[in-house]
Design a protein around this ligand. Structure first.
Ligand SMILES: [Zn+2]
Length: 203
């Protein structure tokens, strides 16, 4: 099932549950897209951080050997694994203070990076990382960003160097030392002779 099918399925379930008066049949809303994204993130988190999430749901800390230990993770009311930390005093949006944690080795993470790269007009590494860090916390993000940009076909085409055409071999007379303008004078004289011959033959 792809991302679009997931959104459509969620709408179908929502329409089945709601009274007929509230049936949605127009274009997909921003809320529906966000809900589908959150659903995908939850699935990926359960696959990649299942053990850590179980520990947190049982009100325990993650294992000391866990890769998430330094992030002080917690599970929010919606069931998403988020970064803890000490940014509560900053006037930042909730999703930036407590980013959603995604694994760097999952295909979904690469798709998120690719989508963000295209949304920001094929952004470079710095812009892409800054944009992603507003929502996601991904270990080894810089390496993954470079990999995604290097595999982008559009960026590769723009970066490609134009091939330089090799210069043809010059005639020997052009590379010999000589006084200025002798060749041009002979050329002009030849032209004069040919014009004169043409004029005489037509008399
Ligand atoms: Zn690109």
């Amino acid at each position: 099932m792809n991302y679009f099918q997931l959104i459509c399925n969620k709408r179908f379930i929502s329409n089945c549950r709601n009274p007929k008066a509230n049936i949605q049949s127009n274009i997909l809303s921003k809320h529906e897209l966000e809900q589908a994204l959150i659903c995908c993130v939850k699935i990926v988190q359960k696959i990649s951080y299942g053990q850590d999430m179980r520990s947190l749901m049982e009100q325990q800390e993650v294992a000391a050997s866990s890769s998430l230990k330094t992030l002080h993770p917690f599970i929010d009311k919606g069931g998403l694994l988020r970064v803890g930390g000490s940014l509560q005093q900053f006037a930042l949006p909730y999703q930036t203070m407590h980013q959603m944690i995604l694994p760097s080795n999952h295909h979904f993470t690469k798709l998120v990076f690719s989508a963000e790269h295209i949304i920001h007009q094929h952004a470079g590494p710095q812009l892409l990382i800054a944009s992603l860090r507003e929502i996601y916390c991904i270990p080894r993000m810089r390496n993954l960003v470079k990999s995604v940009i290097n595999h982008c076909l559009t960026c590769s085409r723009f970066k490609a160097q134009a091939t330089e055409q090799l210069m043809g071999e010059l005639p020997s007379i052009r590379v010999q030392n000589s006084r200025p303008f002798p060749l041009q004078a002979w050329n002009m004289l030849d032209q004069y002779h040919s014009v004169w011959d043409h004029h005489v033959t037509n008399l």
